[in-house]
Write a protein that binds this ligand. Structure first.
Ligand code: FES
Ligand code: FES
Length: 158
């Protein structure tokens, strides 16, 4: 069954005709052209599809688009302020926190959410916060270092 729904993504309202069984990830990517969230596994294991839904991180491959109707969705496309990268994005680049970049949108969303609720996390807290995100090529040490650098940059800017 097809249905037209309204989704608010990064502050803008969009309409899409969706299948009742369609995931939020598929609607974002293939109906609305938000290609940041990625499908790594499609079953909630890799975190590459992470977005914010009403302020909570979710695996968008596990959310039906119908469930997201009327919610505030944030994707990695909404993290930078225009041309200005978010400090978390800058820190991933400066600290080589990515290689192929497939997992990076998910890590950015998880790291940003962590630093918003806990600006000075310990290494253990960082590792816990990204435990739902898998990276198959960078290794986690540089990602942790990038998040620590972002935390320091945000503290300096405060
Ligand atoms: S694609 Fe959603 S968790 Fe892997
Ligand atoms: S940078 Fe390639 S999977 Fe993480």
């Amino acid at each position: 069954m097809k249905r037209m729904i309204e989704l608010t993504v990064n502050g803008d309202s969009h309409t899409a005709i969706i299948d009742a069984r369609e995931t939020l990830l598929d609607s974002l990517r293939y109906k609305l052209d938000f290609m940041g969230p990625k499908e790594g596994c499609g079953n909630g294991n890799c975190g590459a599809c992470t977005v914010e839904l009403n302020g909570q991180l979710v695996n968008s491959c596990l959310v039906l688009s119908l469930e997201a109707e009327g919610a505030e969705i944030k994707t990695v496309e909404g993290v930078a302020a225009g041309d200005q990268l978010h400090p978390v994005q800058r820190a991933f680049i400066d600290n080589a926190g990515l290689q192929c970049g497939f997992c990076t949108p998910g890590f950015i969303m998880s790291a940003k959410a962590l630093l918003e609720r806990n600006p000075n996390p310990s290494e253990a807290e960082i590792r816990l916060a990204i435990s739902g995100n898998l990276c198959r090529c960078t290794g986690y040490d540089k990602i942790v270092k990038a998040i620590q650098a972002a935390s320091q940059a945000l503290s300096r800017a405060a």
